[in-house]
Design a protein around this ligand. Structure first.
Ligand code: APR
Length: 172
């Protein structure tokens, strides 16, 4: 299973895959970080479609088209804001990955690229965020219709090291 997961140095907006996952907010109104980069690359039509979705609660995910992006679809996932770990953040983050993989199955995406959801502005500690991401995605790969390839796109060494370490732990 986990041979279907790869960790790459990549700007997710350049990924030529069926779906990329956005680290969005509950309002689906765009923002900074990877959300800002995806909206900037997709163009204004992405925000227009997001506005038709009526928001997305933390731990959930909704799908839109990719517009100007190389990816066909964007899966907007909302992770938790880190509040010290006592507010169910781990469960919400796991749920955001599970929901993203469920949307990917529903649209028949064979290839999906993820960012490190919640590990930026939302301040989720990177090592735990990476471990939860890989565990959650690996659990879903066993499901019928799951993507054949999942890519974790790392914009810098810190993110890549965290995901490479988490992948190695999963493989051990
Ligand atoms: N490609 C891949 N990864 C990226 C890119 C990119 N182009 N840009 C940023 N990242 C990484 C960050 O380095 C971080 O590891 O995405 C991860 C998630 O960081 P954020 O984008 O800050 O997302 P998050 O922590 O989930 O916070 C979401 O930030 O931008 C707002 O509207 C967004 O309110 C939402 C909040």
């Amino acid at each position: 299973m986990i041979e279907r997961i790869v960790v790459v140095d990549a700007d997710i907006t350049t990924e030529r895959v069926d779906a990329i996952v956005n680290a969005a907010n509950v309002a689906l109104c765009g923002g900074g970080g990877v959300d800002g980069a995806i909206h900037s690359a997709a163009g204004p039509a992405l925000l227009e479609e997001c506005r038709t979705r009526g928001g997305c609660p933390p731990g959930s995910a909704v799908v839109t088209h990719g517009y100007g992006l190389p990816a066909t679809w964007v899966i907007h996932a909302v992770g938790p804001v880190w509040s010290g770990g006592g507010m169910g953040e781990a469960e919400t983050l796991r749920s955001a990955y599970h929901a993203s993989m469920a949307r990917a199955r529903e649209i028949g995406a064979a290839s999906v690229s993820f960012p490190a959801i919640s590990c930026g502005v939302y301040r989720y500690p990177l090592p735990d965020g990476a471990r939860i991401a890989l565990e959650a995605v690996a659990e879903c790969l066993a499901h019928a219709g799951a993507p054949s390839t999942v890519r974790f796109c790392c914009p810098d060494d810190a993110v890549r090291h965290a995901f490479e370490r988490a992948l190695a732990e999963l493989a051990a």
